[in-house]
Design a protein around this ligand. Structure first.
Ligand code: UD1
Length: 420
């Protein structure tokens, strides 16, 4: 069967303005959270992504009414009549685990299977299940099915061994309608958690301290619907900045929140890029060439985000000097490195460390995206490379970027999505 690929002709500096899309990692948990509200919620600035379509399909299968029009998603979540997520949906999208807390909160039961694949190495759900247990859920595993039941969720004191984003969100969502108070310590502090809590609080939830490591949730009887605008996607903003930098161009990223991107902007500044920062936009002029960065460690927020690691590596593949990455969040998150080698990069992987010796130029090649951000990284490399790159595996990129090729072209890039 014919497959769609991106053909990228590199070497042209990207220049111009782009408006950043809404954050996938905020929109997905928020869509799941609508299940907790009585009535119809409206979410604006939801990007058109295959993951959003997958979340909408799950909502509709559960008996909710979810409708997508342009970047607005309308969900009547309270018409939910099922509590089982089919295996095919669980496999399709890793974030399907975000439905666990809301379905339990609403229905008192949830049946699911392990979320899909192992794109970034093993992605266990043990902490999701353990925290739900602490809130009164009994869990039985029957073959591949995980059956969760609660006779009324109750608040609990929960300390996370690691500040997992998804687990923090599931606990917060489940706790909104639970009996009593939940105190979550060592919670993740990602901006998307603040966004989710702001949405839920607007629906009448009582969540205090989101964005800090201790979050307190006082359970309420019910939540009412609201309209809410999803925050901008900081990883997509970083992608456009890195693409402009890799091509030796300049860019204005509109609608971004630089306050949520300190670690990324500081890395690009170390690489020699120059910035003008306003609260809702970022101007950047690339360094030519960029400078290597000695020490990039991925960490929970506010540390350097694991989701930006591949994208920055693509840029630093042509930096002057040697850059060193340490990946501390996921086990197998260097799959893009092998593809970058095909484009002439010099990268050595030693366990969780990647050593990137900058080369003067990359060249076009046939490469394959093996995960979402790794795929975006290959496109970043391709716009700075000499000659044509053919990028396969677009289904990964479509999970997280709306109109990927269109944005490059609006900046003067030469990117075509064609049948191969
Ligand atoms: C979220 C983001 C993802 C980002 C990641 C880290 C969404 C939809 N996705 O994913 O883009 O890369 O945060 O910033 O928001 N872990 C366990 N047991 C569990 C759960 C997690 O061991 O039950 C481990 C994971 O394997 C991983 C680490 O915790 O090593 C961090 O994962 P987590 O923060 O949970 O990431 P996600 O919420 O899946």
């Amino acid at each position: 069967m014919a497959e769609q690929v991106l053909r990228v002709i590199g070497g042209e500096p990207l220049h111009g303005e782009v408006t950043v899309q809404g954050a996938k990692n905020s929109a997905l948990p928020m869509m799941a959270a609508t299940i907790l509200c009585k009535g119809e919620c409206v979410l604006h600035n939801v990007p058109r992504l295959t993951d959003v379509t997958a979340a909408s399909r799950i909502l509709n299968r559960l008996g909710c009414r979810c409708h997508i029009e342009d970047d607005t998603v309308t969900v009547a979540g309270d018409t939910i009549s099922q509590y089982e997520i089919p295996d095919a949906d669980m496999r399709q999208m890793r974030s399907s685990i975000m439905f666990l807390g809301p379905i339990l909160g609403r229905m008192g039961a949830c049946d699911l299977t392990m979320p899909g694949g192992c794109e970034l190495g093993p992605r266990p759900i043990d902490l999701h299940l353990e925290t739900m247990r602490r809130m009164g859920v009994s869990i039985e595993e029957e073959g591949s099915r995980i059956r969760c039941k609660a006779n009324g969720l109750h608040g609990a004191r929960i300390h996370l061994p690691f500040p997992s984003v998804g687990v923090s969100e599931n606990v917060i969502m489940a706790a909104t309608l639970a009996k009593g108070e939940t105190v979550l310590t060592n919670a993740a502090r990602e901006p998307e958690i603040i966004d989710l809590a702001a949405f839920l609080n607007r629906c009448g939830a009582k969540i205090y301290g989101a964005g800090e490591s201790t979050v307190v949730v006082q359970g309420v009887e019910q939540l009412h619907p609201t309209a809410y605008t999803v925050m901008p996607d900081r990883i997509v903003a970083m992608t456009w900045l890195c693409a402009a930098a890799a091509s030796g161009g300049s860019i204005c990223v509109r609608g971004a929140h630089p306050r949520d991107m300190e670690a990324c902007l500081s890395a690009l500044e170390s690489a020699g890029c120059r910035f003008g920062i306003c609260p809702d936009r970022i101007f950047m002029d690339a360094a030519r060439p960029v400078k290597a960065i000695a020490d990039i460690r991925t960490m929970p927020h506010p540390g350097f985000p694991t989701d930006a690691q591949a994208i920055l590596m693509a840029l630093l593949a042509t930096a002057q000097g040697m850059s060193v990455f340490e990946e501390n969040i996921f086990e197998s998150r260097y799959m893009h490195a092998g593809e970058l080698l095909r484009m002439g990069a010099n990268i050595r992987i030693l366990g969780r460390t990647a050593i990137v010796r900058g080369v003067p130029k990359l060249h076009g090649a046939s490469v394959t995206a093996q995960d979402l951000r790794g795929g975006a990284a290959l496109a970043v490399a391709a716009v700075g490379a000499e000659g044509e790159t053919v990028l396969h595996g677009l289904s990964h990129i479509d999970r997280g970027y709306a109109d990927f090729a269109g944005v490059f072209n609006s900046l003067g890039g030469k990117v075509r999505r064609v049948l191969f």
